[in-house]
Structure formats: structure tokens, C-alpha cells
Design a protein around this ligand. Structure first.
Ligand code: ADP
Ligand code: MG
Ligand code: MG
Length: 883
């Protein structure tokens, strides 16, 4: 097996196509080499080696060591140095790199190969002692933390302590002699804390670091990240071992990160930050505040610290050319890491840049305009789930703002919540439904859980590319970073801002689009879905085959759904219409009536209310299809439960407490989900279905008059398992239709269909389709009845199932394609066999889940129906499914 791939000097054994084997970083380093870009030479140990390592009880594969040694000879030749050589030592970076980018999840070790002897060689060779010892102390810090497992704070404490003693503010102020003292303290502390000395042998250092990268694949942070992002543990990580280049070699050296377009807004402008005389993670760690790369950005930020453009114009010009070249080559916005060593530019990484949903839309639209990608590709470039971010509210521009601080606008959108200072508190609060803002000096990968749980994130340190900023943008969570004026005292649970002291639990609002921090809750505005969003939606609509409807019963939801582009209502649940105000009383009278006559009387009172509900929906939908489901839940859901409630209700409707209690007892069910509900109600009490049908038909006649558009209502009978059930209910509906047509003197076109939500219905779909003119797959209940899992009780064990790897996804969120999906497929085929033009749709939660939408397209459903806010997601997902 070939475990090692080399790159350097304009050629590489791998390329961008080898991502699965070499990881994203390794594959792109190879690709950049092949493009002739300046990349320090190195080698990549394949992800297969990591897989082998875990399959074999954490042992390195045979032959790996020899292959690495061979490759290192080549690397040294290109660099003009040799690994472990006391005169001309080759120093290395050891970096992890998985197939999917896992930012910050695994740690990089820089300057490897330094020891008490080689550091002197580096000092001689560079003529810069400060540089040599600065590099050595960095190496000891990183290696001590990442490989030897000594908390990095131990080193930071020593450093802070020494800096305070010496009166230095910045690391760059520390002299060579002072670094030597600090290093001596580091070494002593390591021995004292760990009982072993810091390894001096470069080979031992190297294999320690490689082992640490492999081991880090299974650390808690990485496991959490993989869970959150659906990355399989079986992929493993590659290891990149690369010759060092030094950004800490004085004034003409620097290190930085950049995006080829603005990752927040998508605007086509080079966007990035750098630090002079710095190395590695200094820029993202937020210890020193970085400088702007371009002059334009510097001016916009109002900074008096020079841009890279001014400071190192030649390296800057070359960098611009490379940015452009890489963007055209990859045909996507790139996120780059670079280092300038004594004026010479080196590329250390490129990858497709993470971006906000807003930026993703802008970039896709612009790139289509630049003819870099096609419109279909532009549609494919947007993650449907990310559109959710755009549906985030923003702060009402007219609202009063009590500004208590400001930082960088790191991730857009506005959020309000109570202050918490730790990720644990954020997670706890979210569990009980409290909205919180996570407030930290800076965040680290350990904070991922808390960041997920929080509505917004505020940090007092760090730039636009700090950990907090990058992760927040990826999650679509509003974030203000580097709010330097805010003093956070996590230990005492206080935050001091502009003279105001706030405590944990106090409410603040973040404006992630302006960087402002506001006291209290502030009025918000709902987002505008025009511009780039509108264009992508237009392109998506031009491509998709399936229609997208919404699940809505209130006029507000129906209007919102229309504005999001819904093409009708796929599910109007009528039970919600019986809970409002007086209606519940009339409904209860109906339920308590002892005879059909009494029930009909009460229902007559409900008829005008139902009719006006439907008229409004039909008017909003102006001729678009509207599917109305007849009453579905068991009747006891409309009755009071506790003794106090019963007493109150009995008084209100004028029956005795005994009578009401008796009726409540009669209607009690052990398993309501499988009880007297759905079409079973319509069979026991046909008058209910008849009233609803009458309300629908009369409303259709009305609305057709008022809008001038014909209304074709689709009446849906729930929970059918037997064809005979549908026969019975349909006969009643047809009879009512004839009556209304006679009374109104106009013809009414309508459809009667059923929800397929029982396995029996799916299996007998051919028979049911002889009666039903449409099927709507009620996949919430169908999942429940297929699995025999109660969705109201499932959360306690489905979580465990996911943790133990029994199931990958919650089947109530993403359709179980193998099981429930198979029933949907069978029912569709059988239904079409007896009624070729049968209308097929889905109206469960899955109608707005991109993976489920894709499946629905593949089996030829006519439409999906989902909640109003998911309509844009479903439109895009339906388009992607069709491409
Ligand atoms: P991450 O996955 O966290 O981005 P990287 O492997 O890219 O980690 O390394 C982090 C940083 O270390 C880089 O941004 C770069 O500044 C520095 N670095 C990595 N390799 C080298 C190298 N060969 N020479 C100099 N600096 C390096
Ligand atoms: Mg890292
Ligand atoms: Mg990197």
C-alpha cells in the first residue's frame, strides 16, 4: 500500500481529485503545487493509514515509517536542509486534514525538529536569535499541549507572568535572551508536571506528532463536530508533514488568512487579515488584533495600521494574482492561508470558503453572471437548509438602541437573550427553552455545544476570522466578535460595558450585521426575500418539477406561505379552527349532546365559522389548490382534563359536573393515537363531516365569486385503512355537494382523497385509489405507525439510538427511505396503477427536509407540502433534486 504522497517544487503525486485519500488540505496542497504555486514541500500520510491505525489497535502500518523517511529526504533536498541535521535542520509543520473540513478540530504542531542544539543552528543560519527562540518556544507550547497533553494555559500563565515581570506588552517585544529564560521555565514545568523531559530527538518528536493527529480523530471535540455535521468516523484523517516557512522572521515577514470574496456579504473583494512578524494561529487566536490586507479595507475600518498592500506591495500583488487564479481554477470562493517569509510569499492552504447564506446567494448569482458557473450550478451551490438563516429577523431600524458596546459584525442577523458566560450554562438553558447569548472572551472548539445552543455569540477578543466568527457564520448564528470595550469577568458572572454592569441572566441584544451590543430586547423586523434570494428562487423554480405547497390553517400562515412562494395549501388541519374563543364551547356542546339531533344543532352553530375560515383561505390562495383535512383528533382532546377545568367548563356550558365528568370518562382512551379518530369519527358521527363538507362547498362558491378565480377544493379524509371507510365518507361528501350545487345553482368541481398514513392503506392503495382522487402521504403518522413508535414518546430513546449508532437520523425529521419511504413508493405505484392521473403529495414534516424532498422527487410525487418558513427550502431542494 502507498501510504505517503509527496508534493513540492511544482509537482505532486496527488491532486485535488484525491480528497478522500489525502484529505481536503493535502489534496489542495498537491493541486496548488501542480499549478506551480509557491507551496513549501511536504508529504501527506493518507487517511487510509489512519483507518488502518484504528483497525489495528492504534498501531502504525508497516512500511509507513520508512516511506515517511524517504519522502522527508526529498523534502529536505528541495528545501536545502535535512531533518535532524545539527547544522542545516529542516523544520516541519505537522497538520491534520480530513476529507471534510473540520476547522480547529485537530491541532497543528509547528516548528517541529527544534531542540536545544538545532535552535542554535537556526539562530546562526538566520542571523536572528530572537526568531530562533521565538520559534522554539512556540514549538514547545504546541507540542507540550497537543502531543504531551499539558494544558496550554500552563504555558500561557508562565508567559503572562514573565511578560508582566519584564514589562512587555506584546510577544514580539520579548528578546532572545528572555525567550531562553521562558523556555527554561517551560522545560522545567513539563518535567515537573509530566515526569518526563521534553523530547530532544526530532524523530521521536515527529512520530509523537503524527500519532497525536491520528489520536485527535477520536477526541471529544472531533467526535462532537462529526456528529453535528454528519461526518462518518470511518473516514479517518490524513496527516500533512510540511517544511516550515517563517512568518516570524522580522518586519518583512507575516502570516495571514484571506477569502477571495467577502464571506459575510458575498461582495467580490479580497477580504482578509494578517499579522507582521507572526506565525501560525496568531491571526485566528485573537491574541493580537490583525490588520487589513487591502488598503480599501483598511480605510473602511478606519484603521491607522498599514495594510499588507502598503507594507509589502510585491508579495501582495503576487497574492492577488494567485487568489484570482485559484478562484477560477476551483470555480468557487476560496479561503486561503499564507505566510510571507522575508518578503517571499508561500501558500499554505486553500479550500472552498465557508460563507453565510446571504453571501452564498450573492456569490452564486455573481459567478453565474461572470460565467464562471451555470445557473444550474448556482442553484446547486446553495445549501437549502442554510436559507433558514435568511429568514432570521433583523433589528427594526426605527427601534431605539441602547448601545452598550460594539465589536466586529462577525455573523449577521439579530438575536436577543439572557447572558450566560459558559457553554455548559448555554446548553442547560437551551434545554429548558430559555434563549441565551453566549458571552466569552474568545471561543475555542470546546465551546461548540454552547455555541449551538445559544441564540447569539459575543466575544471581547478576536477578529473576523476568529474561531467564534467562523463557527457562528457556519451555523447561521448572529455573532459580534472582538468587542474590545466590553470587560468580561466570567468568574464573578459580570460584564462591564460603557460603565454599565450586567449580570448573568440580564437580557441583551446582538446585531451581528453592525457589530452592536444593545441592552435589553429590541424590536425586530422580518427579512425581505428579494434580490439574490429572489433570483436563485427564480432559477430554482425554472428547474424543478415538483410543486411546493404549505401546511397552513390560519390566514397569517397562509399569507406568509404565499409570500415565500407556496403554490397552494397541501394540508389545512381543521381541528385548529375549533379551539378559538366561542368555538370551543359550541364544539363541547356538540360533543356532550346526547343525540344526533342535538349534535346537528350544535354543528349548525359551527358552520358559519368554518365557512368564513375557508372563504378567507380560498381568497388568499386565489384559485391555487387547497387541501382540507376533515376533523382528525379524538373528541376528548376538546374536553377539559383536570377537576378545576371540568368545573369551570360545566358552568360555562350549563351542564352538571357529573355529566361532564361522565362524558370525559366515556371518551377516555388508552392509546389515543390509535383510537377513535380520523375517518373513524366521520363514520360514527357523519354529521360532523357533513357540516365540514358544507362549509367547504359554500365557501368555494363564495370565494369563486369574490376572487373571480374558480376554487377546486380537495377534501381529504384522514386515517383511512379500508377502502370501505373512504366509500362511506365520500358518499356523504358527494351528497352534500349535490345539495349545495342545487341550492347555489352553480357547479362545483372538487376532489375527494385520502391521507395515506397507515401501512394497510399503503398496501391496499390500488383499491383505495378506485375511490380516492388524490393521496397525500401523512408521513408523521405513517412513520409512527410503520415503526410502531409513538412520536410523542420517542425522544427519550431515539437519542440513545442515535448515540449508539442504531439509527443515523431521527425518522421524524428525515424520512426513513428504506422503510417508510418504501411504503410511500409502493402506494404511489399501486395508486397510479388503478388511477393513472392520481395526484400525489406529501404533507408531513418531511416535506421541508431536503433529503426527503429529493426522495419524493425520485418517486414522482406531484408536490411536497411543508410549514410556511420551509417553503423556500423545499423550492430549492426540489430544484436540486431535478438537476
Ligand atoms: P487548521 O486546520 O486549523 O487551519 P492548519 O493545518 O492549516 O490548521 O495550520 C494552522 C496554521 O499553521 C496555518 O494557518 C499556518 O499559519 C500555520 N502553518 C501550517 N503549516 C505551516 C508551514 N509549513 N509553515 C508555516 N506555517 C504553517
Ligand atoms: Mg488548527
Ligand atoms: Mg488552516
Amino acid at each position: 500500500t502507498k501510504w505517503v504522497y509527496t508534493f513540492g517544487d511544482g509537482q505532486a503525486e496527488g491532486s485535488a481529485a484525491d480528497r478522500n485519500l489525502l484529505g481536503g488540505k493535502g489534496a489542495n496542497l498537491a493541486e496548488m503545487c501542480n499549478l506551480g504555486l509557491p507551496v513549501p514541500p511536504g508529504l501527506t500520510i493518507t487517511a487510509d493509514a489512519c483507518v488502518w491505525y484504528y483497525d489495528n489497535g492504534r498501531k502504525m502500518p508497516d512500511g509507513l515509517e520508512a516511506a515517511v523517511s524517504d519522502a522527508l529526504v526529498g523534502v529536505g533536498t528541495i528545501a536545502g536542509r535535512a531533518f535532524g541535521d545539527p547544522e542545516k535542520p529542516l523544520l516541519l509543520s505537522v497538520r491534520s486534514g480530513a476529507r471534510a473540513s473540520m476547522p480547529g478540530m485537530m491541532d497543528t504542531v509547528l516548528n517541529l525538529g527544534l531542540n536545544d542544539e538545532t535552535v542554535l543552528a537556526v539562530a546562526r543560519d538566520s542571523g536572528d536569535e530572537r526568531f530562533a527562540f521565538d520559534s522554539y518556544r512556540r514549538f514547545i507550547q504546541m507540542y507540550g499541549d497537543v502531543v504531551m497533553g499539558l494544558d496550554h494555559e500552563v504555558f500561557e500563565d508562565i508567559l503572562e507572568d514573565e511578560k508582566a515581570r519584564l514589562g512587555h506588552e506584546l510577544d514580539t517585544d520579548v528578546s532572545a535572551a528572555e525567550w531562553r529564560e521562558i523556555i527554561a521555565r517551560y522545560m522545567a514545568t513539563i518535567e515537573q508536571e509530566l515526569g518526563v523531559p521534553f523530547p530532544q530527538d526530532p524523530h521521536q518528536q515527529l512520530w509523537g506528532a503524527i500519532g497525536a493527529v491520528f489520536a485527535s480523530w477520536m477526541n471529544a471535540r472531533a467526535i462532537t463536530y462529526r456528529q453535528l455535521h454528519d461526518i462518518p468516523a470511518s473516514w479517518g484523517t490524513a496527516v500533512n508533514v510540511q517544511a516550515m516557512v517563517f512568518g516570524n522572521l522580522g518586519d518583512q515577514s507575516a502570516t495571514g488568512v484571506a477569502f477571495t470574496r467577502n464571506p459575510s456579504t458575498g461582495v467580490k473583494e479580497l477580504y482578509g487579515e494578517f499579522l507582521v512578524n507572526a506565525q501560525g494561529e496568531d491571526v485566528v487566536a485573537g491574541i493580537r488584533t490583525p490588520q487589513s490586507i487591502t488598503e480599501a479595507a483598511r480605510i473602511e475600518a478606519g484603521s491607522d495600521r498599514p495594510s499588507l498592500e502598503k507594507l509589502m506591495p510585491e508579495a501582495f500583488a503576487e497574492f492577488l494574482t494567485i487568489c484570482d487564479r485559484l478562484e477560477r481554477h476551483y470555480r468557487d470562493m476560496q479561503d486561503l492561508e499564507f505566510t510571507i517569509q522575508a518578503g517571499k510569499l508561500w501558500m499554505l492552504q486553500t479550500r472552498s470558503g465557508k460563507r453565510t447564506a446571504k453571501a452564498a446567494l450573492r456569490i452564486a448569482v455573481d459567478m453565474a453572471g461572470e460565467e464562471l458557473i451555470s445557473r444550474e450550478e448556482a442553484v446547486m451551490r446553495i445549501d437549502p437548509a442554510s436559507l433558514d438563516q435568511l429568514l432570521h429577523p433583523t433589528i427594526d431600524p426605527h427601534a431605539a438602541r441602547d448601545i452598550i458596546g460594539s465589536g466586529l459584525p462577525a455573523s449577521p442577523g439579530a438575536a436577543t437573550g439572557e447572558i450566560v458566560f459558559t457553554s455548559e450554562e448555554a446548553v442547560e438553558a437551551a434545554k429548558t427553552g430559555r434563549k441565551v447569548i453566549l458571552v466569552r472572551v474568545e471561543t475555542s472548539p470546546e465551546d461548540i455545544h454552547g455555541m449551538h445552543a445559544a441564540e447569539g455569540i459575543l466575544t471581547s477578543r478576536g477578529g473576523m476570522t476568529s474561531h467564534a466568527a467562523v463557527v457562528a457564520r457556519g451555523m447561521g448564528t448572529p455573532c459580534v466578535s472582538g468587542a474590545g470595550g466590553i470587560r468580561i469577568d466570567a468568574r464573578n458572572g459580570t460584564l462591564l460595558a460603557l460603565g454599565t454592569t450586567l449580570k448573568a441572566g440580564d437580557v441583551i441584544t446582538l446585531d451581528g450585521s453592525s457589530g452592536q451590543v444593545l441592552k435589553g430586547a429590541v424590536a425586530m423586523l422580518q427579512p425581505e426575500l428579494s434580490g439574490d434570494f429572489g433570483l436563485i428562487m427564480e432559477w430554482a423554480d425554472a428547474t424543478r418539477r415538483m410543486k411546493v405547497r404549505t401546511n397552513a390553517e390560519t390566514p397569517a400562515d397562509a399569507r406568509a406561505a404565499r409570500s415565500f412562494g407556496a403554490e397552494g395549501i397541501g394540508l389545512c388541519r381543521t381541528e385548529h379552527m375549533f379551539f378559538d374563543g366561542d368555538r370551543i364551547t359550541t364544539m363541547r356542546e356538540m360533543i356532550l349532546a346526547g343525540s344526533e339531533g342535538g349534535r346537528r344543532e350544535a354543528l349548525a352553530g359551527l358552520l358559519p365559522m368554518q365557512r368564513s375560515d375557508f372563504i378567507e383561505l380560498f381568497e388568499i390562495m386565489k384559485g391555487l389548490p387547497v387541501t382540507i383535512r376533515l376533523l382528525d383528533p379524538p373528541l376528548h382532546e376538546f374536553l377539559p382534563k383536570t377537576d378545576e377545568e371540568i368545573a369551570e367548563v360545566a358552568g360555562a356550558i350549563g351542564v352538571t359536573i357529573e355529566k361532564l365528568t361522565q362524558r370525559v370518562d366515556e371518551l377516555h382512551e388508552f392509546n389515543p393515537m390509535l383510537g377513535h379518530r380520523g375517518c373513524r369519527l366521520a363514520i360514527s358521527y357523519p354529521e360532523i363531516a357533513e357540516m365540514q363538507a358544507r362549509a367547504i362547498f359554500e365557501a368555494a362558491v363564495e370565494a369563486a365569486k369574490s376572487t373571480g378565480a374558480p376554487v377546486v377544493p380537495e377534501i381529504m379524509v384522514p386515517l383511512v385503512g379500508l377502502r370501505q371507510e373512504l366509500d362511506f365518507v365520500k358518499a356523504r361528501i358527494d351528497a352534500v355537494a349535490r345539495e349545495v350545487i342545487g341550492e347555489a345553482g352553480v357547479d362545483i368541481t372538487y376532489l375527494v382523497g385520502t391521507m395515506i398514513e397507515l401501512p394497510r392503506a399503503a398496501i391496499r392503495a390500488h383499491a383505495i385509489a378506485e375511490v380516492a382522487e388524490f393521496f397525500s402521504f401523512g408521513t408523521n403518522d405513517l412513520t409512527q405507525t410503520t415503526f410502531g413508535i409513538s412520536r410523542d414518546d420517542a425522544s427519550s430513546f431515539l437519542m440513545t439510538y442515535q448515540q449508539k449508532g442504531i439509527i443515523e437520523h431521527d425518522p421524524f425529521v428525515t424520512l426513513d427511505i428504506e422503510g417508510v419511504g418504501e411504503l410511500v413508493r409502493i402506494a404511489s405505484e399501486k395508486g397510479r396503477a388503478t388511477r393513472p392521473d392520481i395526484k400525489l403529495g406529501i404533507c408531513g414534516e418531511h416535506g421541508g427536509d431536503p433529503a426527503s424532498v429529493k426522495f419524493c422527487d425520485s418517486i414522482g410525487l406531484d408536490y411536497v407540502s411543508c410549514s410556511p418558513f420551509r417553503v423556500p427550502i423545499a423550492r430549492l431542494a426540489a430544484a436540486q433534486a431535478a438537476i
